[in-house]
Design a protein around this ligand. Structure first.
Ligand SMILES: [Zn+2]
Length: 425
């Protein structure tokens, strides 16, 4: 969709950025689902470091499910209040890895001012009191922090975000806050997260030449255009700011649904969109073999001692950080080996990680799915490729984990040690 826009010049703000920038396709992380991806963008790391494994997962320490919002039904099944606490607070306060450093922490430790609007990975150094009575605890965010009217570091007059999601009120909130921040020159670094396009694409499918998608894209463009206008127009905006414009994951059309839960009675299965996890003490080889021939499954991943195994229909690829043996075609996905290894090296991952086949989705805790619409989460290219556009920047990231280091480089701030280590590898 973005490529079409840039070629057709139908979205003026995005086209303006494209004219002045460099563009490529880049790769997301795995599972390619929003909490995992936004944590990768904010920390410059895959889940082996940031430790957010999925949209829904089993917390071994607390012996309970964590559900960040697969569907209303899934949230109800996991406990509505607990889901709210996990999404609003615990993702950042306790789930996000302690050894991970967020872009806000790194920049503000260097004396810069960071701002975040609506991004679910927000951990920072400044305590913010909630702005609504039903939340009581403070949250630690960047010094300028706006999160769906729940936390607002400044009074901006932005409208309520959750009035009417299908009509774009969440992004309208972000747009108003963004304009307010730019007008006041209120930050050195801003994360401006627009989620309504993903919402629209889930509903109608990513390939639909549909007015719903056109409308969502037009609102994205308006939101970005509002920042440009607030800076005093294109020349002043481009002179004053460097920009990274990207998505956190792709989407693909889904038409069929499988319930992974049915294959593993007695085990804990956390499935949502196009990725699933199985938490079980059982023999991983035997568990993985149960999915041989399942049309909804592309690849099953698990650890065996020092090695990782990728299995498809009884064929295996064994791999470590250093090499592979077996059928390499099993993981010929974009950055497949690296992303699969990092997903398995997350201490919060299930013993099995399942990546869905093209066109299939895994039913969530409440049996909900997006069949007939769009979805994402798998290792396949459609879910994993994202547009990446930079304006006024030294580098053009080839992965979403390279975004945070590119930002730090721009400001002359040293990246965390794990970024330097993965650059050497
Ligand atoms: Zn989504």
């Amino acid at each position: 969709m973005l490529e079409d826009t840039l070629e057709r010049r139908t979205a003026p703000a995005l086209a303006l950025l494209a004219e002045h920038g460099r563009y490529r396709r880049a790769i997301s992380t795995f599972p390619s689902l929003t909490p995992v991806c936004l944590s990768a963008l904010a920390t410059g790391a895959h889940p082996d470091v940031h430790e957010i494994p999925h949209l829904v997962w089993y917390h071994r320490g607390e012996q309970r499910l964590v559900e960040y919002g697969s569907s209303f039904g899934a949230v109800r099944a996991a406990g509505t209040k607990q889901s709210l606490i996990d999404t609003v607070y615990e993702l950042n306060a306790s789930h996000l890895g302690r050894s991970a450093v967020t872009v806000y922490e790194a920049l503000e430790d260097a004396g810069l001012t960071a701002a975040a609007v609506n991004i679910t990975c927000y951990r920072g150094r400044t305590e913010h009191r909630p702005t609504v009575p039903f939340l009581t605890r403070p949250a630690q965010g960047p010094s300028r922090f706006f999160f769906y009217n729940l936390f607002e570091s400044d009074v901006t007059g932005a409208p309520l975000s959750v009035r009417n999601r299908p009509r774009g009120t969440i992004d309208a909130y972000a747009a108003a806050v963004g304009r307010w921040l730019v007008t006041r020159d209120g930050f050195d670094f801003l994360v401006f997260y627009l989620s309504d396009y993903d919402y629209a694409s889930h509903a109608v499918g990513p390939d639909a030449a549909h007015n719903v998608l056109r409308g969502a894209l037009a609102r994205c463009d308006d939101a970005v255009g509002g920042l440009i206008e607030a800076a005093g127009g294109a020349d002043q905006f481009l002179e004053h700011y460097a920009v990274i414009l990207c998505a956190d994951h792709g989407q693909t059309q889904v038409d069929e649904v499988v319930r992974l839960q049915d294959t593993f009675p007695g085990a804990i299965v956390t499935a949502s969109n196009r990725a699933g996890m199985v938490y079980s003490e059982g023999d991983a080889d035997e568990l993985a073999a149960r999915l041989d021939g399942n049309p909804g499954v592309d690849v099953v991943l698990y650890r065996e001692g020092e090695e990782a195994v990728a299995r498809r229909d009884g064929e295996e690829l064994r791999f470590t950080r250093d090499g592979t043996s077996g059928d390499a075609a099993i993981l010929d996905h974009p950055q497949g080996l690296e992303r699969a290894w990092a997903a398995l090296a997350n201490p919060n991952a299930g013993e099995l990680i399942v990546s869905a086949a093209a066109g299939w989705e895994f039913a969530d805790l409440a049996g909900r799915h997006h069949a007939g619409g769009g979805s994402h989460g798998s290792l396949l290219a459609g879910d994993s490729e994202v547009p990446m556009l930079t304006v006024g920047l030294e580098t053009l990231p080839s992965s979403i984990v390279e975004v945070m280091p590119a930002v730090l480089e721009h400001f002359g701030v040293a990246p965390p040690a794990y970024v330097r280590a993965s650059a050497r590898a």
